[in-house]
Design a protein around this ligand. Structure first.
Ligand code: NAD
Ligand code: UDP
Length: 331
């Protein structure tokens, strides 16, 4: 199939393009490079040993998106493009609501216009809010604490209503837990601008000596060792889930948690990183980070049951591959 991948130059999108081409699909990437680099496109082609078509466009731009649908027979859309920094979304709510909602509307509208009925959307475990773990797809969603989370919950509702109005529209809503790691080639991975907000890139930068020590945000949560628990998932496992989601699309809206189903605390991740890479990670305990919840992990059984997909790579692989990528990044 010809798959339009919005945000395909980004962290999860680039790995997914590789997985799609590995499964025999052709890929057309639309990305405005607001949080990625043009050379990632060449790296994707190098790993997959296949050509991709790249449009440097903003997917909130109806006319630019229309040109892609005119130029190619698109069979399905995977919509990754979006702004994703939780803290920044509190500072710049308009930017987040505009970019993340209008992009979804423009792509869904183009699908309607050109009769494309396959749509896969990147949502997030953040839509569950501070629910009881493990999070199950059927749970009532609790309010999120930031505009970013709201854009995900709203996009889910928008796509659900569009699917209600069009019985042929097949939407897969994928709620990602915490993607980490990198492609084993070390060529593509996550390279956040500035000081990382997320745990794994912060740890790799401490390992590299770019940052002095990890600040662990609180050790008084009701968890195994008091530090926050998350469900880390290898980005290549996550990428592969998109192929399974496309293969198993059916009419209506279907929501899937994509995680391993296992919670890992901050200190457990640090220990795994030290073991995997034989590097010490200095850390200090500091105040809790505002807005953080104690625990977040998936009940991942629905994706296994309906998509035949489960995460295969363990925490050691996640830490090893994250470090390999950081090491290849230069200064
Ligand atoms: P990323 O920032 O690496 O990738 C997003 C890509 O979209 C970037 O290449 C960026 O340049 C592009 N983009 C943004 N706005 C655009 C626009 N209007 N038009 C065209 N391109 C645009 O982020 P990621 O980690 O790969 O995340 C992909 C998706 O998954 C996002 O929707 C994100 O919210 C969601 N998600 C990510 C995580 C995570 O922890 N990484 C967790 C849950 C959900
Ligand atoms: N965390 C931390 N120090 C950091 C970054 C994160 O202790 O520099 C903790 C954070 O409090 C949470 C976990 O690591 O318990 C994962 O945080 P991340 O930002 O990666 O993911 P999210 O909280 O968005 O799920």
């Amino acid at each position: 199939m010809n798959i339009l991948v919005s945000g395909g130059a980004g962290y999860i999108g680039s790995h997914t393009c590789v997985a799609l081409m590995g499964a025999g699909h052709s890929v057309i990437i639309a990305d405005n490079l607001s949080n990625s680099k043009a050379d990632t496109i060449g790296k994707i082609m190098g790993i997959a040993d296949k050509e991709v078509t790249f449009y440097e466009i903003d997917v909130t731009d109806t006319e630019a998106v229309d040109i892609i649908f005119k130029n190619h027979k698109i069979d399905g859309v995977i919509h990754f493009a979006g702004l994703k920094a939780v803290g920044e979304s509190v500072e710049k709510p308009q930017d987040y609501y505009y970019n993340n909602l209008v992009s979804t509307l423009v792509l869904a509208k183009a699908c309607q216009k050109y009769g494309v009925n396959r749509f896969v959307f990147s949502s997030s475990a953040t839509v569950y809010g501070d629910n009881k773990v493990p999070f199950v797809e059927s749970m009532d969603l609790l309010p999120t604490t930031n505009p970013y989370g709201e854009t995900k919950a709203m996009s889910e509702r928008i796509l659900t209503d569009i699917a209600k109005a069009n019985p042929y529209f097949s939407v897969s809503i994928l709620r990602y837990f915490n993607p980490v790691g990198a492609h084993e080639s070390g060529l593509i991975g996550e390279s956040p601008n500035g000081i990382p907000n997320n745990l794994m890139p912060y740890v790799t930068q401490v390992a590299k000596g770019k940052l002095e020590k990890l600040k662990v945000f609180g050790n008084d949560y009701p968890t195994v060792d008091g530090t926050g628990v998350r469900d880390y998932i290898h980005v290549v496992d996550l990428a592969e889930s998109h192929v399974a989601a496309l293969d198993n699309l059916k009419a209506g809206v279907h929501i899937y948690n994509l995680g391993t189903g296992k919670g890992t605390s901050v200190l457990e991740l640090v220990k795994a990183f030290e073991e995997a890479n034989d590097i010490e990670i200095p850390y200090e305990i500091v105040e809790r980070r505002p807005g953080d919840i104690a625990s977040c992990y998936a009940d991942a059984s629905k994706a296994k049951r309906e998509l035949g997909w489960t995460a295969k790579r363990d925490m050691i692989a996640m830490c090893r591959d994250a470090w390999r990528f950081e090491n290849g990044q230069g200064e």
